[in-house]
Write a protein that binds this ligand. Structure first.
Ligand SMILES: [Zn+2]
Length: 198
């Protein structure tokens, strides 16, 4: 997914979590912090590519990560997201860092991972295992029009969610998604074990 595609997608995700009232910060938090955190989080995973937007600005960070893990390696994993979550928890409790900003940043980062999963290349979500997670509705090549259309569609769906919508009504659907995701992960792991045992 392109940088602008990620930015669009992250803002749509922000509208969605705001409407679903995932946490009080997404509903009542400072709008500027929400937007800044989401956009920054949406760009950060691609710092592992020296030619990405942040990669060009911070080459002294991007080049070592790229050499060590390659593009779409560690920074595109659940592990990286969890580490940022742990670090940010420490930051918000030990220093003056806006909790709203941190939550928005984590949302933006996660939306980037989901966005890249929609491409044919996918991501190693469970890095360091090389299992590839992809739901390639965006196909092989970067198609900005399609990326933007999906982001706009998500934003429209999010806007259509009533403001007082209770997340609890979504719980059965979320549980079904969680169940299918766990089955998918186990299937992939079994496939990998079978491949290695041959
Ligand atoms: Zn990426």
């Amino acid at each position: 997914m392109t940088a602008t595609g990620h930015l669009f997608f992250s803002v749509s995700s922000l509208i969605l979590v705001h409407k679903l009232s995932i946490t009080p910060e997404f509903v009542y938090g400072d709008r500027l912090h929400l937007l800044a955190g989401t956009l920054l989080g949406a760009l950060l995973p691609d710092i592992d590519h020296p030619l990405s937007y942040l990669g060009r600005l911070f080459r002294f960070i991007s080049v070592p990560i790229w050499r060590l893990c390659g593009h779409r390696g560690f920074t595109h994993s659940l592990l990286a997201w969890v580490l940022i979550l742990l670090l940010s928890t420490k930051l918000t409790t030990s220093y003056w860092v806006s909790y709203t900003l941190v939550q928005a940043f984590l949302l933006g980062y996660f939306s980037h991972l989901v966005g890249d999963m929609l491409t044919a290349k996918g991501i190693p979500f469970l890095w360091p295992t090389r299992i590839n997670f992809c739901f390639p509705i965006l196909g092989n090549n970067s198609n900005q029009k399609l990326e933007h259309s999906i982001a706009i569609l998500l934003a429209i769906c999010a806007i259509l969610v009533p403001s007082n919508y209770q997340l609890s009504t979504l719980l059965p659907l979320l549980q079904e998604i969680k169940k299918n995701l766990i089955i998918y992960i186990f299937d992939q792991l079994n496939y990998l074990i079978l491949l290695n045992s041959k």
